[in-house]
Design a protein around this ligand. Structure first.
Ligand code: KIV
Ligand code: ZN
Length: 508
């Protein structure tokens, strides 16, 4: 059994998902969890693209020491120099250089002939090798590149010093047999192929990203690039949890292992969906809400008699707690702590105490508190930003012209109260306009959603917003048994982030 390296690109390709932008604090939180999950390589970002990306790659490189931290760069001097700078304090840095090689990209995007492509790729790899010993090269759109030319490119970059060659199916065009044949062709024809790790990177445009990656493993690839929950450009990337659990569950067939601590999968999935706002579909393999739910009577009967009748994976293997205990009003601190731990969270004392007090408040309003409720409270706690404004009271007049009346607590001791009201196109619009008026921060609402965390009329509602202020997008989220209140708090959560930024700017 040989080990397959898991290269996670949630923070780079995953973050390229429309609507998934993360701030640096959130990226660091995900990076910490990825390191707990025990991935081998973490692609932390594409530093040349923005100051924010540069800063988050630097912060991750500084803190995460047990995983290789990788930064992406085009085969362009300034990109490579910037990636190297961002990785300066990494213990185990990798620079990932990419350049498109397919005819379509050469002709229409790069306007370069084959010889120039090889020259540029080699130059890029050599430059990256001046900074670090671990250099990955990706011939972008490899699956649509002429096979003989791909052999030439791969051989040249390995000679130039690439230690990993990644073969991207950039547009999700490949099918398993075809993709496996590409890997086999490289193994058979690239003279120095044994001097580098063969990696695969598949997109899911035809829903084949995982199947293609696994076919490539069977053909000899030993690194798989993937993302948590399969998030990524367009239809996404190969999903980490599916790759890992397929290799584990069918080790009889693949004969490979990974270093992933599979019990951390569920917690990682939840952190990523909570912070990116990209919800996991109910029937998603491994981490979807229905992945281990048995509805049919025949199946339920079978599972009760012997779980392997209808379950190929034990829920506990991926970190789903094996308990149906429902907490309520009478549950104490100890029971709550145990539940939080079983759900995969470790909360610092202060965060725990605050979450526990929120749990008690919720238990006064809601008879039964489910795991999803507790997780929503934890997500709420994690998304807390230091408050400049705190919601004191909210009233809504839905009449012919919806009007909101809001009072906020402000000031150091939150001892000052400001209040105002505004009209809007609907109740929610009126609330957001009133908050704009009170805070003096004008936000443009890009996205707004409310979902019920559990079922039942006393269910907790979770509101999420994306608000644009001065060309930056701020995410806000909040929970409450009252969805109108959750919406107001979510919007205020985003506005507080802007207010904090303004305050920091003022004090520097
Ligand atoms: O899909 C792709 O080709 C990429 C490369 C940068 C590896 O993400
Ligand atoms: Zn990609």
């Amino acid at each position: 059994m040989s080990k397959i390296k898991i290269f996670d690109t949630t923070l780079r390709d995953g973050e390229q998902s429309p609507g998934a932008s993360l701030d640096n604090k959130e990226k660091l939180q995900i990076a910490r969890q990825l390191s707990t999950l025990n991935i081998d390589v973490m692609e932390a970002g594409f530093p040349i693209t923005s100051e924010g990306d540069f800063k988050s790659v630097s912060a991750i490189a500084k803190e995460i020491k047990d995983v290789t931290v990788c930064a992406l760069a085009r085969a362009v001097d300034k990109d490579i120099d910037c990636a190297a700078k961002a990785l300066k304090s990494a213990k185990s840095p990798r620079i990932h250089v990419f350049l498109a090689t397919s005819e379509i990209h050469r002709k229409f995007k790069l306007i370069k002939v084959k010889e120039e492509i090889i020259r540029t790729a080699v130059k890029g790899v050599k430059r990256a090798r001046k900074y670090v010993d671990d250099v990955e090269f990706s011939p972008e759109d490899a699956s649509r590149t002429e096979p003989d030319f791909l052999v030439d490119v791969v051989e040249a970059v390995i000679t130039a010093g690439a230690t990993t060659v990644n073969i991207p199916d950039t547009v999700g065009y490949a099918v398993p047999e075809h993709y496996a044949a590409i890997i086999k062709n490289l193994r058979d024809n690239v003279k120095n192929i044994n001097d580098a790790v063969i990696s695969v990177h598949c997109h899911n445009d035809l829903g084949l990203a995982v199947a293609n990656s696994l076919a490539a493993v069977k053909a000899g690839a030993t690194q798989v690039e993937c993302t948590i929950n399969g998030i990524g450009e367009r239809a996404g990337n190969a999903s980490l949890e599916e790759i890992v659990m397929a290799l584990k569950t069918r080790k009889d067939f693949f004969k490979h292992t990974t270093g992933i601590k599979t019990k951390e999968i569920m917690a990682t999935s939840k952190i990523v969906s909570g912070l990116t706002g990209l919800r996991v579909q109910r029937n998603k393999a491994i981490v979807g809400e229905n992945a281990f739910a048995h509805e049919s009577g025949v199946h339920q009967d079978g599972v009760l008699k012997e779980s392997t009748t209808y379950e190929i994976i034990k829920p506990e293997e991926v970190g789903l707690p094996k308990t149906n205990i429902v907490l309520g009003k009478l549950s104490g601190r100890h029971a709550f702590k145990k539940r939080v731990k079983a759900l995969g969270y470790e909360l610092p004392d202060e965060e725990f105490e605050h979450t526990f007090s929120q749990f008690k408040l919720l238990a006064d309003k809601k008879k039964e508190i489910y795991d999803q409720d507790i997780e929503a409270l934890i997500r709420d706690e994690k998304s807390e930003v230091p408050h400049i404004y705190e919601l004191e009271s909210l009233s809504i007049n839905c009449g012919p012209v919806p009007t909101a009346g809001i009072s906020l607590r402000v000031g150091k001791g939150k001892d000052k109260i400001i209040a105002d009201s505004a009209k809007g196109d609907g109740s929610i619009d009126a609330i957001f306009k009133t908050i704009d008026l009170l805070t003096g921060i004008k936000g443009t609402l890009l996205d707004y959603s409310v979902r019920s965390v559990t079922s039942g009329k006393d269910a907790l509602g979770e509101a999420s917003v994306d608000v644009e202020v001065e060309d930056n997008t701020y995410k806000g989220r909040a929970v409450s048994t009252d969805t109108i209140e959750a919406s107001a708090k979510a919007y205020l959560n985003a506005i507080n982030k802007v207010a904090i930024k303004h305050r920091r700017k003022k004090s520097t």
